[in-house]
Ligand binder design. Structure first.
Ligand SMILES: *Cc1c(COP(=O)(O)O)cnc(C)c1O
Length: 358
């Protein structure tokens, strides 16, 4: 009972999801995206479990530094590149690959005293309008990179899709057409696909794929389960019943008595609240597994606990096991009851939830 709530990480599922994604994009190399603490799964254990990945992708330089400190030797791609000359020096020291998405980053590279030859990923904005060079800026950016005082070890091209998860053929194909037009005739490796593109649009892979959410066994699509792609959830958020009671008809449960019993009802109180990762926006009726059976959330999520109606679940006692998401209860489904996406629930698993790698 010491660990009332824990995120159990299935490292076999991680490896199996990586193999599955490779089958969707035969021949492509894989940048396993482990930003945001590996989508809440724990940066270092996740990277160690993914020893077969060709490279790792992170958003912040500190994440890359932590990976190197843990002995990770694969290439590490800084997906937003560097922002200061200090970061550039750090990146050279640790041999990070850099995404280059704006002119300021090129200027930093031009002025850098370091003789490190970087692998540089030139990012093209094909319609996301977030990061990257626009079509008309692309050739100037490419030739500046080719003429750096220390020429790059290798140059690669990437773009990011805005609507691959909606299976919006028109928008995605427009982005792909722009990418093709801008890069036509340039013999450099390309990278396009995030999880949704890898699973949903075979024309949108490139030589390097960049899966994040699918590696963790979560579907990027609202209308298709992870299971339907052969993916297995990696994180199961296990919890424990810490109290039980019978609530009499007419009584309220929790803050604001936001839920009232229409009849005498057995209620289980489980460890896990918004101090852990359960969003306060999770609506009454959202499914929770207790003793392996689905039971509806009642009342408001508190900081440390939730209440569940266990009228349909036999043998519920203090110590009974609960599952907030994971095997048999996809995080995508829970997220819909909170008006968000699986990505956000996973990334929000807080420091106080211990991770157990299996
Ligand atoms: C986060 C990220 C990814 C991974 O996206 P998923 O939808 O989780 O697969 C890929 N590429 C870039 C540039 C990213 O920032």
């Amino acid at each position: 009972m010491s660990r009332l709530i824990r995120a159990v990480i299935d490292s076999d599922a991680l490896r199996s999801n990586l193999r599955t994604l490779r089958r969707y994009a035969p021949g492509a190399r894989v940048v396993a995206v482990v930003k945001a603490n590996a989508y809440g799964h724990g940066l270092i254990p996740t990277a160690l479990a993914l020893g077969d990945a060709d490279a790792f992708g992170v958003a912040r330089i500190d994440e890359g530094i932590a990976l190197r400190a843990a002995g990770i030797t694969q290439p590490i791609v800084l997906l937003e590149g560097i922002f200061t000359s200090d970061e550039l020096a750090e990146a050279a020291l640790r041999s990070f690959d850099l995404v280059v998405h704006d002119t300021r980053q090129i200027e930093l590279l031009e002025r850098s005293p370091s003789a490190h030859a970087f692998v540089l990923w030139l990012k093209i904005d094909t319609g996301m309008n977030r990061l990257g060079f626009r079509s008309e800026e692309f050739s100037a950016a490419l030739s500046r990179l080719e003429r750096l005082p220390t020429p790059p070890k290798e140059l690669r091209l990437l773009t990011h899709l805005a609507r691959a998860d909606e299976r919006d053929e028109a928008a995605t194909h427009e982005q792909l057409a722009r990418f093709d037009a801008v890069t036509r005739g340039i013999a450099l490796p390309r990278s396009i696909g995030n999880s949704a593109a890898i699973l949903g649009t075979s024309a949108a892979h490139g030589d390097w794929i960049r899966p994040g959410i699918a590696l963790y066994g979560v579907s990027p699509f609202a209308d298709a389960s992870a299971q339907s792609f052969g993916l297995t959830p990696v994180m199961t958020l296990e919890t424990t019943v810490i109290a039980t009671r019978r609530v009499a008809r007419g009584e309220g449960v929790g803050y604001g008595a936001a839920w009232r019993a229409e009849r005498d009802t057995p209620i289980a109180i489980l460890a896990g609240g918004y101090g852990d990762c359960v969003p306060r926006s999770l609506a009454a009726g959202a499914p929770v597994l207790v003793n392996g059976r689905r039971a509806p959330l009642v009342g408001r999520v508190s900081m440390d606990m939730i209440a569940v109606n266990v009228a349909e679940v036999p043998d519920v006692q203090v110590g009974s096991r609960g599952v907030l998401w994971g095997a048999n209860l996809p995080v995508e489904e829970v997220a819909r009851h909170a008006g968000t996406i699986g990505y956000e629930l996973l990334c929000r698993v807080s420091q106080r939830v211990p991770r157990q790698i299996r």
